[in-house]
Design a protein around this ligand. Structure first.
Ligand SMILES: *Cc1c(COP(=O)(O)O)cnc(C)c1O
Length: 238
C-alpha cells in the first residue's frame, strides 16, 4: 500500500510539473526539498522510501538530533532557517546545505568549523525580498557586496539565493517578492558573467508561483507531511 506521504509527494510532483509546463520550463530544473521540521524520523523514512534523500529542517538542534537518529541511512540535511553563530559548530558537523546565510560573522564561523571538520557546505544567501523589517535576510541592494565578502571562505560552496516570500493570499504581493529575487539573480549574473543558478523559493502555499518565477528549489513541508502545530502564521520568525 502506498503511504500518505508517498501519495502527497506524487501530488506535489504533479503540481510542480504543471507549474513548470505553464511557463515552458523543464520540471527537472526544479528540486523538491521536503521540509520535515517537527515531524518524526518515521515520516522522513517514508519520504526516503519514495525516493527523497535530502530533507529541510529549520532548527539546528532538531536537525542534528534527527541526523544522529538516522545515522545508518544515506539521508542528507539542508538547514533552511536562520542560524545563530553559536550553532555554527553543530551545523558544520552534519549539514550538506545551508540556505539562510546573511551574516558575515556566521559565514566566518561556519568556514572555521568546516575547515576543522574537513567538510564543505553548499550555501544559499538569504534575501529579504518582502522588505519586512522583522524578517531575516539581506536587502536585495546589499547582496552583491555580501557575496564578494564571503567568496573568501573556501569551505562555503555558494550557489545561489533563497527567500521567504510575504505570507499572504495576495498573489500580486507574493509575485513581487519573487521578482525581486529574479532581479537580484540577474545583477549577480551580470557581475559574474553567469552562475548563481540556485533560486530557492516557494513553500506549500506558493511553490507554483515560485516555479513560474524561476525557482530551482521549492521547500515544501505541510503539503507533504501534513499540517504542523506551528503554522506559518507564526512567521516571519523563520
Ligand atoms: C517550514 C519552512 C518551509 C515549508 O513550509 P510549509 O508551509 O510547511 O511548506 C519552507 N521554508 C522554510 C525556511 C521553513 O522554515
Amino acid at each position: 500500500m502506498t503511504s500518505t506521504i508517498a501519495q502527497n509527494l506524487a501530488a506535489v510532483e504533479r503540481r510542480i510539473a504543471d507549474a513548470a509546463a505553464r511557463v515552458g520550463r523543464d520540471a527537472g530544473e526544479v528540486r523538491l526539498l521536503p521540509v520535515s521540521k517537527t515531524k518524526p524520523p518515521a515520516d522522513i523514512l517514508e519520504a526516503r522510501a519514495a525516493g527523497y534523500r535530502r530533507f529541510g529542517e529549520n532548527k539546528a538542534q532538531e536537525a542534528h538530533a534527527k541526523w544522529l537518529e538516522l545515522a545508518e541511512t544515506d539521508i542528507e540535511w539542508a538547514v533552511i532557517g536562520h542560524l545563530q553563530t553559536n550553532k555554527a559548530k553543530l551545523v558544520a558537523e552534519f549539514a550538506t546545505e545551508f540556505q539562510a546565510l546573511s551574516s558575515l560573522k556566521l559565514a566566518a564561523e561556519l568556514d572555521k568549523r568546516l575547515q576543522a571538520a574537513g567538510r564543505r557546505l553548499q550555501v544559499l544567501v538569504q534575501v529579504n525580498s518582502s522588505d519586512e523589517p522583522q524578517k531575516f535576510g539581506l536587502p536585495s541592494a546589499e547582496v552583491l557586496t555580501f557575496t564578494r565578502k564571503i567568496a573568501a571562505f573556501d569551505s562555503l560552496d555558494v550557489r545561489g539565493l533563497m527567500t521567504l516570500a510575504l505570507f499572504t493570499d495576495d498573489h500580486d504581493r507574493i509575485r513581487a517578492c519573487f521578482e525581486v529575487m529574479q532581479q537580484t539573480q540577474r545583477e549577480l549574473r551580470d557581475a559574474d558573467g553567469g552562475g548563481w543558478d540556485e533560486l530557492s523559493m516557494g513553500m506549500s502555499g506558493d511553490f507554483e508561483l515560485a516555479i513560474e518565477h524561476g525557482a530551482t528549489c521549492v521547500r515544501v513541508g505541510q503539503a507533504i507531511f501534513g499540517s504542523r502545530l506551528d503554522p506559518n502564521t507564526y512567521w516571519p520568525a523563520g
